[in-house]
Design a protein around this ligand. Sequence first.
Ligand SMILES: [Zn+2]
Length: 69
Amino acid sequence: MACGRCGGLVVPHDLAYDGICSATALRCLACGDLTDAVILEHRAHWREPYPEANPKPFDPTSGTGAPLA
Ligand SMILES: [Zn+2]
């Protein structure tokens, strides 16, 4: 399996949270990216935080985005 960030080789990695609970994640041998089911679920539902506070700049080709101040 390949890493979603760098394309490196990922291997199973056991996580021990408190000595009682544990889970298995995937760790990239090249960049160290650690991914488990919870991280994948959050990435699938990620959205731009506070889009009204950081409007996209005006794009003259499409006419979308916030007008220049
Ligand atoms: Zn990687």
